[in-house]
Design a protein around this ligand. Structure first.
Ligand SMILES: Nc1nc2c(ncn2[C@@H]2O[C@H](COP(=O)(O)OP(=O)(O)OP(=O)(O)O)[C@@H](O)[C@H]2O)c(=O)[nH]1
Length: 255
């Protein structure tokens, strides 16, 4: 396990005038709704069918709490749970780990992801936060995973927890991704405070903002053979939805 997560991370400083980047990796069992959540966040639309083997990375310019941020989302397509994770572990600023509330097995796979990712991120500065997501809230009548199960797991691993539905309101899904950005910012602040403890009083104070530190340690782009990078500007996506939607959804059918 430790070998699996042994990749070293580079640490580049982002110039202050560039918008910070936040790399979010979406993990979870097959069919838990990773792609549906990703596409909902990027386009406000629910996609009910797509190629399950596609692993894509998308990019969207967002304003989170009045601060610009380039949110990059890697929608993974692992078939066997948390194995061969190197391609995203070093890249990630944050992890969304998704299960489906109507599928107990997906919750168990989700736990494996939480454990594996925690093992990797423990002790890193800044740590990459994990957000636990129970998806398919609209399937309440088929629920197999109690809300308290999700809460307990989240408490055990000190992560945020949300239950949402990719086919219901956009705001709840957007909030999950925005909370990931906020968590990354908080972690950057915390890391900055820790670093400043080591600066001696007679040296000039460091001038890095938390935005500068938002993703400096996670700048490497993954190189999976199947990954594509598609940029969606949220303002365009909202006002001229057609063009970005066509670009984004090469692998998806829209109904
Ligand atoms: N009812 C309901 N169905 C959903 C929701 N999210 C996803 N689905 C459906 O669940 C199925 C799987 O969703 P995906 O988004 O493809 O799941 P995934 O985790 O990306 O799956 P893999 O790519 O195979 O790993 C699809 O048929 C979706 O339409 C949801 O919130 N509610």
């Amino acid at each position: 396990m430790s070998m699996m997560f042994g990749k070293a991370r580079t640490c580049n400083i982002v110039p202050e005038h560039e918008p910070a980047e936040c790399n979010i990796v979406v993990l979870g069992a097959m069919g838990s709704g990773k792609s549906a959540l990703t596409v909902k966040f990027l386009t406000k639309r629910f996609i009910s069918e797509y190629d399950p083997n596609l692993e894509d990375t998308y990019s969207s310019e967002e304003m989170v709490d009045q601060q610009p941020v380039v949110v990059k989302v890697m929608d993974t397509a692992d078939q066997d749970g948390p194995v061969n994770c190197d391609r995203y572990l070093a890249w990630a600023s944050a992890f969304l780990i998704v299960y489906s509330i109507d599928n107990r097995l997906s919750f168990e796979v989700c736990q494996q992801y939480v454990e594996a990712v925690t093992l990797y991120t423990k002790g890193l500065q800044p740590e990459a936060p994990i957000i636990l997501v129970g998806n398919k809230l609209d399937m309440e009548r088929y629920r197999q995973v109690n809300k308290t199960d999700g809460e307990t797991l989240a408490t055990r691993f000190s992560c945020l927890f949300f239950e949402v539905s990719a086919c219901l309101d956009f705001a709840s899904v957007q909030n999950v991704f925005y909370e990931a950005v906020r968590e990354v910012r908080r972690e950057a602040e915390r890391s900055l405070s820790l670093r400043s403890l080591y600066i001696s009083e007679d040296k000039a104070p460091i001038s890095l903002s938390s935005a500068t530190l938002l993703s400096p340690c996670f700048k490497e782009l993954p190189t999976p053979a199947t990954a594509k990078l598609v940029t969606v500007k949220s303002s365009r996506a909202q006002s001229k939805r057609r063009a970005p939607t066509l670009t984004l959804l090469k692998g998806f059918k829209i109904f």
